[in-house]
Design a binder for this molecule. Structure first.
Ligand SMILES: O=P(O)(O)OC[C@H]1O[C@](O)(COP(=O)(O)O)[C@@H](O)[C@@H]1O
Ligand SMILES: [Mg+2]
Ligand SMILES: [Mg+2]
Length: 325
């Protein structure tokens, strides 16, 4: 089996980028080890703190953020860092060629139940006309990502990665400490009969999205003439991993729970990297109205609605959301 480093070299990825990816993944190996130790390594439970988004931080959110940040800062390979767990950007090494954003631990509510969790990351080229201290470094469309990936801490630790070519899947060989290629090219089937959505938000969706879900629930007797299955992990990284592995549609639409925050998922370090992985596996990734990768973030913690997965299913969903003429 091919090692990650050899795959990146074969793909002619810039050496500076390879070394930066290696730094990120070294931190993820350490997170994977601590997750594997669970209650034995003091990573479970909450802290008394909240992040800028008003969410109670879990111990593992803080530990993962610190590991990633410390290793990136020490590497000298990154100019600016953005993280879900940092209020604003962190200036790193002046003149370094890349900037990195990450969700250090996605699926925090799964930590204490031994459920699926992961780290999501994205890399862009640094802008020379913008200071390293400015969050305008990240005012770039998702199409500008030079690398997008996640590490999923499941029964096995897996890495999904694209550097602009195919989305590939690697498995962490814990006996050797390296990521080995296990799927050379992920391909999301164009059709599916599996959807992922938090059904508890049903009464707070738009009428269009409610109509779409109702059509799926009607199964063979409904307009879609198909029996659908439903899955919900409570961790986007796990749900999108399933979509990348066997197809499906993942939806987190806008809702009316909190008028100040109509969407939940963060554009820069959740939606964008996963959208790039899905698109590079022949899938489709939209908000309710536009391709996710064409949005320029207005700030680093911006939230967007997300509908991604099997192309024909995403199109069917978007068809229900078209404003009536
Ligand atoms: O509580 P809900 O509505 O199921 O939300 C689940 C969503 O929240 C998130 O867990 C948010 O991520 P964090 O754990 O990084 O805050 C997504 O991964 C997931 O899709
Ligand atoms: Mg998250
Ligand atoms: Mg998180």
């Amino acid at each position: 089996m091919k090692r990650l480093i050899n795959c990146l070299e074969n793909d002619k990825v810039d050496i500076e980028l390879i070394l930066l990816i290696d730094t990120l993944l070294t931190a993820c190996k350490e997170i994977s080890f601590r997750v594997g130790q669970g209650a034995l390594s003091n990573v479970l439970g909450s802290t008394l703190d909240e992040n800028i988004q008003g969410e109670t931080q879990k111990k593992l959110d803080i530990i993962s953020n610190q590991l990633l940040k410390d290793m990136l800062l020490a590497s000298g390979r990154v100019r600016t860092i953005a993280s879900e767990e940092e209020d604003s950007v962190v200036a790193a090494t002046e003149g370094a060629p890349y900037i990195v954003a990450f969700d250090p631990l996605d699926g925090s509510s799964n930590i204490d139940i031994n459920g699926q969790i992961g780290t999501i990351f994205t890399i862009y080229r640094a802008k020379d006309d913008v200071p390293a201290t400015s969050e305008l470094q990240f005012a770039q469309q998702g199409t500008e990502q030079v690398c997008a990936g996640y590490v999923l801490y499941g029964p096995s630790t897996m890495l999904a990665l694209t550097t602009g070519g195919p989305s590939r899947l690697y498995t962490l060989d814990k006996t050797q400490g390296c990521y080995l290629l296990t799927t050379a090219q992920l391909e999301v089937p164009t059709q599916t009969a599996e959807f992922a959505v938090n059904m508890s938000n049903f009464t707070q969706w738009s009428s269009g999205f409610t109509d779409y879900i109702n059509a799926l629930l009607l199964g063979n007797e409904g307009p879609r003439a198909k029996k659908y299955n439903m899955r919900w992990n409570g961790a986007m990284v796990g749900d999108v991993h399933r979509v990348l592995s066997r197809g499906g549609i993942f939806c987190y639409p806008s809702d009316t729970k909190n008028p100040q925050q109509p969407a939940k998922l963060r554009l820069l370090y959740e939606a964008n990297p996963l959208a790039m992985l899905v698109e590079h596996a022949q899938g489709k990734a939209f908000t309710e109205h536009e391709r996710i990768l064409t949005i320029t973030p207005s700030h680093i913690h911006q939230r967007v609605a997300v509908i991604m997965g099997s192309t024909e299913e995403v199109d069917a969903c978007l068809g229900y959301l078209k404003p009536a003429l």
